[in-house]
Each structure stands twice: as C-alpha cells, then as structure tokens.
Design a protein around this ligand. Structure first.
Ligand code: NAP
Length: 268
C-alpha cells in the first residue's frame, strides 16, 4: 500500500482518536520511540504554537528560526525540554537548507512542517502602483523554501514512521475563493505553493510519503495584524490544534489536497 506497512487506513475526519493513534503508532516494544517533527519559523506565531502542541504530544522537535539568539520564548521552551532542539534556518537560503539536511543526516523526521511564511507589504499592493521590491522575498519564502525543504529532507522523512511533508497554506491561495483584488504577492505565492506541493505529492508517493496541505483560517498573529482589519481572528491555539488534526488525518487519498481548518477541501 502506498502508505507503507505502518500507514493508518483512510480516516474519514478529524477525530481525536485519529490524533492520538498517530502518535501511538511510534510505540516500540523496547520502549517509547518518540516521533520527530521539524518546524520552520518556530520562533513566533503559529510556528511557536506548533512547538508547544507537539511538545504536549510528546514529539521530539527540531525547531528552526532565522535568528535563534532572538527567539526568547522558543529558547525558554528548549531550555526546559531536552526533546526540543533549536536550529538556525532561513528558508530562502538554499545552501543553508542543504547544510541543515547534512547536519541531520540519518535522523528520521516524521513530519517536515513547512510553516515559515511572509506576507510582504500587503497594504501597499494597490493595482496601478504595486511596489515589486517584496515580490522575490514572498515567493522565495513561501514557495521556493518549502519546495527545497522537501527535496533536501526527503531521505529523513522517508526513513521515519509517519513519512509526512506538511505545509501551511491559505485560502488566499485558492483561486476560486477570491472575491477581491488585493495581496497579489501573498495570494499568488500560496497558489504556487499548492501547485508545487501537488506535484511533490506525485513525486514522493511511491516512497510512502504523504503531503498534508493545511490552512489555519484567519488567525491572530503578527502576519494578520499587518492587514489592520477591524475584526476578530482565530486563537492560534485553536488554529494549530485543527491543523495538527488535519496533518494526522492525511492518507493517500487526502495527500496533495488542500484542507481548510474545518476539514473542508479548498477549491484550487
Ligand atoms: N495568520 C494567519 O491568519 C494565516 C492564515 C493562513 C496561512 N498562514 C500561514 O501560516 C504560516 C505562519 O504564519 P504566522 O501567521 O504564524 O505569521 P508570523 O507570526 O508573521 O510568523 C511568521 C514566521 O515565519 C518566519 N519566517 C519568515 N521568513 C522566514 C524565512 N525566510 N526563513 C525562516 N523563517 C521565516 C518568521 O520568522 P522571523 O521572526 O525571523 O521573521 C516567523 O517565525 C505562514 O506560512 C502563513 O502564510 C497564516
């Protein structure tokens, strides 16, 4: 079967049972083998909350940040828990991605969680006077970074029990869902990310690797605060809980399909 011998059978939804079973699949007879998750952009926002929730689920965590020395909250978590390690990584730096993959050679990674992302300067993107200075950064961070991460870490993930690539995508990348002209770079980057990961899904399925594409919904982080919208957004704790449920629930049938936080499939 495409998922390999330890892959769970198709899951219909996001039941809590599915969440705990997935972690328990790592139990070995000689003691508990902890699953490992690598998280990019783990120093704040959703990435930091992923660290907290995977810690609570007894994962080993490789938390990456552009500037670990400034990642106060992450460092405090790592100091108190030997199962959290912090690595420096800028996902726009292709050589740095290769270097980290080489440093971690032989370490199985159950979930490669591509969370890091940028939105650029969305309020300045007014049609007719769009400033293009942020375009490369948005695309390199949101599209090229996750794609290169999957290439660089494919052996680590293939050697693990769960074998999952995960990306934090957005309904903003769903072409059919757009109702207004705005955020040209960010929306384009998430649509491109979806396309890239859909293709990665085909490239890795024979190795038993699944691709989870998950959207948190509009969530209260630094990113969304940049939009200066006067509305209430989701609590990061709820958003991450939902995304972890979706990552747990990925199956060969759900691989390479993007899901909103509530479990609905997002149209391309
Ligand atoms: N919040 C939402 O409503 C929402 C909705 C849909 C999808 N998302 C997605 O969720 C993910 C996390 O966003 P967030 O809301 O948590 O935003 P955030 O609070 O702004 O955090 C973004 C994270 O990405 C990191 N990052 C940015 N550029 C990077 C780079 N080149 N290399 C490595 N790390 C980099 C940041 O690190 P620094 O501290 O070094 O800048 C930070 O840790 C993103 O992919 C975003 O597109 C968010």
């Amino acid at each position: 079967m495409a998922g390999g011998p330890s892959r769970r059978a198709t899951l219909g939804g996001l039941a809590t049972a599915a969440i705990s079973s997935s972690a328990n699949a790592q139990l070995g007879t000689g003691g508990r083998v902890m699953p490992t998750v690598l998280i990019t952009g783990a120093n704040r926002g959703l990435g930091l909350e992923f660290v907290r929730q995977y810690q609570a689920r007894k994962y080993k965590i490789i938390a990456t940040a552009r500037k670990p020395s400034e990642a106060t909250e992450l460092l405090a978590l790592a100091k108190a828990d030997k199962n959290i390690s912090v690595e420096a990584l800028d996902v726009t730096d292709l050589a740095a991605i290769d270097a980290l993959a080489a440093k971690l050679k032989g370490v199985p990674i159950d979930i490669l969680l591509n969370n890091a992302g940028v939105i650029g300067k969305p309020l300045e993107e007014v049609f007719g006077s769009i400033p293009y200075s942020h375009f490369d950064d948005v695309m390199n961070t949101n599209v090229r970074g996750p794609l290169k991460m999957c290439e660089a870490f494919v052996e680590h993930v293939a050697a693990s029990q769960q074998r999952k690539f995960a990306v934090v995508t957005s309904v903003e990348g769903s072409v059919a869902s757009q109702k207004s002209g705005a955020r040209y770079f960010y929306k384009s980057s998430k649509a491109a990310l979806n396309m890239a990961m859909r293709n990665v899904m085909f490239a890795v399925k024979d190795r038993g690797i699944l691709v989870a594409m998950v959207c948190p919904g509009g969530t209260d982080t630094d990113m969304i605060r940049q939009l200066k919208m006067n509305m209430k957004f989701r609590d990061p704790r709820d958003a991450v809980r939902d995304m972890i449920g979706l990552i747990d629930a990925v199956t060969p049938e759900r691989s390479g399909v993007s899901y909103n936080y509530d479990g609905t499939v997002m149209p391309w």
